[in-house]
Design a protein around this ligand. Structure first.
Ligand code: NAP
Length: 307
């Protein structure tokens, strides 16, 4: 199937373009971006012009930052195209619900992707936790914003989520692997005095079985990134590491499943299946926790941030 990519920036170049090129399901037919292009692919700066010129493009994959994404998604859906959304699926929950309603009306597929949820060991972690009694779960998501989002000012603008931009990846795994839902009860958000979004955060969640569930996010980690979830249960300890790519149980590594594709190839295979079967895959639970942190969080002013 022919697909178009919109927003040719860091994640489009690092992940989407190679995943589409390697996929048996997709051909990259066009791009829409104000500056970015992909060699050998028809390039547009205006989405409407691309949609008019390429009726054969059935799917539009949006790799823009969250704030501008809604208008592009709305336009693509109104033109009868299936839409794939980078994470987070929108800047607010209400606009995500609006998109889901529009997609249903137009009878097109809408896929809110969560790339970390597609990491190789996430299904194994979910299966392992399914029959265990959880005592404690700790998320540690720490990285250097200067390395992972170099000069991307939008992450510190309203709607850019700040440290919850990577934090929502951890939450997308949490909401997938736990057999019961948790909800946020406390958050401390560290806002640089010259920015609109937090650079670090600490969150606590209520777990229906009484387990302690917490999350530490930090965007000023000077060393190697930590993208880890540790779950202590009555039956042993499971650690999901490297953003879901590695897993141990009681210190012993668990083998990667045969045929595991990695995050973005998995997402594009899922989108191909969704287009074949029809429907919407729009789980907003990771973004709901972020919204709750912004609703309930204590705001602490910290030193200003400069790139
Ligand atoms: P980015 O490089 O800053 O932005 C992607 C592209 O979107 C830009 O190159 C720009 O292309 C276009 N764009 C930016 N602002 C726009 C606006 N206001 N209106 C229209 N187009 C605009 O960001 P990114 O790192 O790729 O992240 C994009 C999305 O992917 C985010 O939601 C992020 O959470 C997610 N993501 C990022 C990473 C990562 O490692 N960076 C990993 C996974 C997921 P033009 O200037 O050419 O129009």
């Amino acid at each position: 199937m022919d697909i178009a990519l919109v927003g040719i920036g860091k994640i489009a170049v690092d992940q989407h373009v190679p995943a589409i090129a390697d996929s048996p399901d997709w051909t990259l037919a066009a791009t829409v971006s104000r500056r970015g292009t992909v060699d050998g692919v028809a390039a547009y700066t205006d989405l409407g012009a691309m949609l008019d010129a390429h009726p054969e493009v059935r799917v539009v994959s949006l790799c823009l930052p969250p704030v501008p994404r809604f208008d592009y998604a709305r336009q693509a859906i109104a033109a009868g195209r299936h839409v794939m959304l980078e994470k987070p699926p929108g800047a607010t929950l209400a606009e995500c619900h609006a998109l889901a309603a529009l997609a249903a009306e137009q009878r097109v597929c809408l896929f809110a992707t969560w790339h970390s949820r597609a990491a190789d060991m996430v299904p194994a972690a979910k299966a392992w936790l399914a029959d265990k009694t959880l005592r404690r779960l700790q998320i540690t998501w720490k990285e250097n914003v200067r390395q992972w989002h170099p000069g991307q000012d939008w992450v510190f603008e309203p709607g850019g989520l700040g440290v919850f931009d990577p934090g929502v990846n951890a939450l997308s795994i949490l909401t997938e692997i736990l057999p019961v839902p948790v909800h946020l009860t406390r958050a401390r958000l560290m806002f640089p005095e010259n920015r609109h979004t937090p650079i670090a955060a600490s969150c606590t969640f209520h777990h229906p079985g009484g387990a302690e569930v917490g999350m530490e996010l930090d965007w000023l980690e000077p060393g190697a990134p930590a993208w880890r979830i540790e779950a202590e249960t009555e039956e042993g300890t499971m650690v999901l590491d490297k953003g879901g790519a590695e897993m141990t149980v009681n210190g012993t590594p668990v083998a990667r499943p045969e045929g595991a594709l990695g995050e973005y190839p998995t997402l594009y295979a899922q989108m191909a299946r969704l287009v074949k079967t029809g429907g919407t895959d729009m789980d907003l639970s990771p973004l709901r926790h972020v919204a709750d942190a912004f609703l309930l969080g204590e705001r602490i002013r910290v030193e200003g941030f400069e790139w």
